[in-house]
Design a protein around this ligand. Structure first.
Ligand code: IPM
Ligand code: MN
Length: 360
């Protein structure tokens, strides 16, 4: 197979984790006899520092022409006081919109060898396996009007959802649940927000087309509580843009580290794959960041954008086997425990296993 993959390293730890994922993709190409054309382009703070807008035209065009896009992270404290047009994050929102990737899949499962590595009791998190389906191109992230009043003393955003936007993301959630445990938990704040009452109504209608899938509704606040107290309850969590952003970081705590979580955004031109974590500027450039979120995102890219299931399985198996062999980056090690591996060594352990993998 030949595929064109655009790499967007971005800011902070983005370049190092994307570099790790790139090496794994090259190992997959070697092991399975594919030819991947991988090109890197600037985005976010990296583009701003080079005197370009956060999403340069050249980057947008490359992504629109690609089979898939793998992004590291955007966000740079140097631009924290900038207006929306001069913020790294704006690039990501523009890119998601340009690609039309409305469905953000964020799987969160607890690796058996990591049950005791996070802040949660092992018996609470053992066996957690959920999929957060987050609406990605609507809601308060994009609603108009938005802005700052002329006197700078007030600011406003608009949460807006239209029926078709809710329908299509609900379809993704129900279809996913049908291949999993058959439970959709739809998250909203219908006791307060009109958008949430429409959300609940439309999701319920879509649910009637999936008689084998159970639908439950939860307010986002109580969902956040249940995610911490009984995360095993969840199968597919369906949410709007903002609630899904917040709950997926919480899921990072449940699985032991935000650095483990991948995501894939689909439904548009080319799929966009990125770890759930951010640019983590305080640890950037020190080779301590966990590359697994980015590498697992590359596995999602193989599966969802290229239809390469055995290849994706091989990468996911290599991650699980590396963790089972005891490899731990700093985020997975309690203070005072054994010296953690550098991120590059974790990546090497994974790619060695990919290169040696046999078809399962
Ligand atoms: C995420 C990130 C982004 C988001 C930021 C960087 C714009 O937090 O992908 O979860 O809020 O969507
Ligand atoms: Mn986020």
């Amino acid at each position: 197979m030949h595929a064109t993959i655009v790499l967007l390293p971005g800011d902070g730890i983005g370049p190092e984790v994307t570099g790790a994922a790139e090496r794994v993709l090259r190992a997959v190409a070697g092991r399975f006899g594919h030819s991947f054309t991988l090109t890197s382009h600037r985005i976010g703070g990296a583009a701003l520092h080079a005197g370009q807008p956060p999403l340069p035209d050249e980057t947008r065009e490359a992504c629109l022409a690609a089979d898939a896009v793998l992004l590291g992270a955007v966000g740079d404290p140097a631009f924290d006081t900038g207006s929306s047009e001069r913020r790294p994050e704006t690039a990501l929102l523009q890119l998601r919109q340009a690609l039309g990737v409305f469905a953000n899949l964020r799987p969160a499962r607890v690796w058996p060898s990591l049950e005791d590595c996070g802040a949660f009791k092992p018996e609470v998190v053992a066996g957690v396996d959920m999929l957060i389906v987050r609406e990605l191109t609507g809601g308060i992230y994009y609603g108009e009007p938005r802005g700052v009043a002329e006197d700078g003393r007030s600011a406003y955003n608009t949460m807006r959802y239209a029926r078709p936007e809710i329908e299509r993301i609900a379809e993704v959630a129900f279809r996913s649940a049908a291949t999993r445990r058959g439970l959709v938990t739809s998250v909203d704040k219908a006791n307060v927000l009109e958008t949430s009452r429409l959300w609940r109504k439309v999701v319920t209608e879509v649910g009637t087309r999936y008689p084998d899938v159970t639908l439950e509704h939860q307010y986002v606040d109580s969902c956040a509580l249940l995610l911490a107290t009984n995360p095993k309850h969840f199968d597919v969590v369906l949410s709007g843009n903002l609630f899904g952003d917040i709950l997926s970081d919480e899921a990072g705590a449940v699985v032991g580290s935000l650095g483990l979580l991948p995501s894939g955004s689909i439904g548009g031109r080319a799929g966009l794959f990125e770890p759930v974590h951010g640019s983590a500027p305080t640890i950037a450039g020190r080779d301590i960041a966990n590359p697994i979120g980015a590498i697992a995102s590359a596995a999602m890219l193989l599966r969802h954008a290229l239809g390469a299931d055995p290849e994706a399985d091989a990468v996911e198996r290599a991650i699980g086997d590396s963790l089972a062999a005891g490899h731990r980056t700093a985020d997975l090690v309690a203070d005072g425990d054994a010296t953690p591996l550098p991120g590059s060594a974790m990546a090497q352990a994974i790619l060695d296993r990919v290169a040696d993998s046999r078809a399962a």
